[in-house]
Design a protein around this ligand. Structure first.
Ligand SMILES: NC(=O)C1=CN([C@@H]2O[C@H](COP(=O)(O)OP(=O)(O)OC[C@H]3O[C@@H](n4cnc5c(N)ncnc54)[C@H](O)[C@@H]3O)[C@@H](O)[C@H]2O)C=CC1
Ligand SMILES: O=C(O)[C@H]1O[C@H](OP(=O)(O)OP(=O)(O)OC[C@H]2O[C@@H](n3ccc(=O)[nH]c3=O)[C@H](O)[C@@H]2O)[C@H](O)[C@@H](O)[C@@H]1O
Length: 454
């Protein structure tokens, strides 16, 4: 099948390359000429493990092309909309202007009978608006939300947990889905995945939109839940790492998304829970509004707690102190710094007068232009040199593997906050360090640690 992918960011570039690897002929379109230039030459414009191999395969087979020229979509059988839906600059709602522009561009060029399928994360009710923006009855429309995670995006796309198709106006008597033309087209696109047994859920558009928002809201809830437990553990002198390990052994709870620490960031979970909150407000569902508000405030509160702990450990103020920050990306295995908890803490400390030196294996280039008030070093040893306190904020493998004795030889004071609870506390303490985790009982010993309400 000949397919266009509109928007080639973290989601679209991976999706385009995955579709080509399944045997389709794909053209990826993006308005960002620089990004397209990289992709067209077979280079990933961002760090995503496995993506460059897939791009190279696509180039070799001649099935994968990238361009800024929207006219190239004209002879495609289907179009995937993968543009960004960021948080509005002035409120919690999702900014749908990119989606509107992309929908109108496709509608102006698509051939009759083509299918337009959205993958971007959107508020419930958006599919109806896309139908209006398309302004054509001869185009099929469906929503097929994406669940990939950055860092494992290639694997998640090639072996997804499920496929969701949201379609309206079912053209048969059996109800939504069965026999719907958009469903048949999507089944053809994803034939290798369906053949491999990936479950597919066909539902109406509103349900598909909500499945995606509800899934991200649940993950965020689980994370804020365990971070609230971490605060409780600190207050009670208990250890959240043991608590979550024990809780997670119950298969009804499970171990995943129970790692307490600095909380969640990135280009998706934070903006998606805020958009979900705004949707709940619109629909007058107060419980979801309040719930998402609490999840958000617990999450953001973790950043304040770490910054306050750093100040406590510096005797009340970080002003003039040299602080080494390990991590800039919002999580390991990505160079993405969108709403990075690590950089949020670094900026708070710099704002309080600290001399903050940040290092990260992949995200330095993205971070240094955006945050000129911070100093960046390309290696951990350089960042650690002369530090009066060390903050481990993104748990890259190279930071987890730091040797406590070697690290001690570089710093001025052996004080470390392990805000991801990944270091071997006994080993670091044996090497002479004062080590503070999140919810491991140590921070509770300090006086003025901010609470999430603060
Ligand atoms: N990043 C992720 O892991 C996932 C993202 N999503 C959702 O996918 C959507 C995209 O997210 P990302 O890829 O992270 O964003 P992104 O910002 O990395 O990529 C969006 C791309 O769309 C391009 N674009 C904007 N307007 C355009 C237009 N009119 N025509 C062509 N290209 C245009 C931008 O230049 C940019 O390259 C969002 O709704 C997000 O919530 C869903 C699942 C996973
Ligand atoms: O809609 C999206 O874009 C995607 O959002 C998340 O994926 P992603 O943002 O790539 O990152 P996650 O791996 O979910 O991590 C999110 C944040 O939670 C934090 N986290 C994760 C797990 C954990 O146990 N503890 C924890 O603090 C991470 O450090 C990170 O900051 C979802 O996991 C994907 O399913 C979804 O498709």
């Amino acid at each position: 099948m000949k397919i266009s992918v509109i928007g080639c960011g973290y989601l679209g570039a991976v999706h385009a390359a995955t579709l080509a690897s399944m045997g389709h002929t794909v053209v990826g379109i993006d308005t960002d000429a620089d990004k397209v230039g990289h992709l067209a030459r077979g280079f990933a414009p961002f760090f995503e493990p496995g993506l460059e191999d897939l791009l190279a395969d696509g180039r070799d087979t001649g099935r994968l092309a990238f361009s800024t020229d929207m006219d190239l979509v004209a002879d495609c059988d289907m179009h995937f909309l993968c543009v960004g839906t960021p948080q509005s600059k002035t409120s919690d709602v999702a900014d749908l202007t990119y989606l509107e522009a992309a929908s109108r561009s496709v509608a102006a060029r698509a051939k009759a009978g083509a299918a337009v399928v959205g993958k971007s994360t959107v508020p419930v009710g958006t599919v109806r608006r896309v139908r209006e923006w398309l302004g054509r009855d001869d185009l099929e429309l469906a929503w097929n939300p994406e669940f990939l995670r950055q860092g494992t995006a290639v694997k998640d796309s090639l072996v997804p947990d499920r496929l969701v198709y949201g379609v309206d106006d079912a053209d048969d008597d059996a109800g939504v889905g069965v026999g719907h033309r958009a469903v048949r087209i999507l089944d053809e696109v994803y034939a290798p995945l369906l053949h491999a047994g990936v479950p597919r859920i066909v539902c109406n558009a509103a349900t598909a939109e909500l499945i995606k928002s509800a899934a991200n809201a649940y993950l965020a809830t689980k994370l804020s839940y365990i971070n609230a437990m971490a605060e409780l553990c600190d207050a009670a002198g208990a250890d959240v790492t043991q608590l979550s390990a024990a809780m997670g052994l119950d298969p009804r709870i499970g171990q995943r998304y129970l790692a307490a620490g600095l909380g969640f960031g990135g280009g998706c979970l934070p903006k998606d829970i805020r958009s979900f909150r705004a949707q709940a407000r619109d629909l007058a569902v107060d419980s979801v509004d309040a719930w998402m508000g609490l999840v958000d405030s617990i999450n953001v509160g973790q950043r304040g707690r770490v910054a306050a702990l750093a100040a406590d450990l510096c005797g009340g103020s970080v002003a003039g102190r040299r602080i080494a920050v390990l991590g800039a990306a919002f999580k390991p295995d990505t160079d993405d710094i969108r709403d990075s908890p690590a950089l949020d803490v670094a900026v708070r400390l710099a704002g309080a007068g600290a001399h903050v030196v940040v290092t990260d294996p992949k995200a330095i280039n993205n971070a240094w232009m955006r945050y000129p008030q911070l100093q960046f070093e390309s290696s951990a040893p350089a960042a650690l040199e002369g530090a009066e306190i060390v903050l481990l904020l993104t748990e890259w493998p190279e930071f987890r593997a730091l040797d406590p004795f070697e690290t001690a030889s570089r710093v001025r004071r052996q004080v470390i906050i392990d805000a991801r609870n990944v270091l071997d506390g006994d080993a670091w303490r044996a090497a002479g360090w004062d080590l503070y985790g999140m919810g491991t009982g140590d921070a509770g010993l300090l006086s003025s640690v901010e609470t999430h309400a603060g």
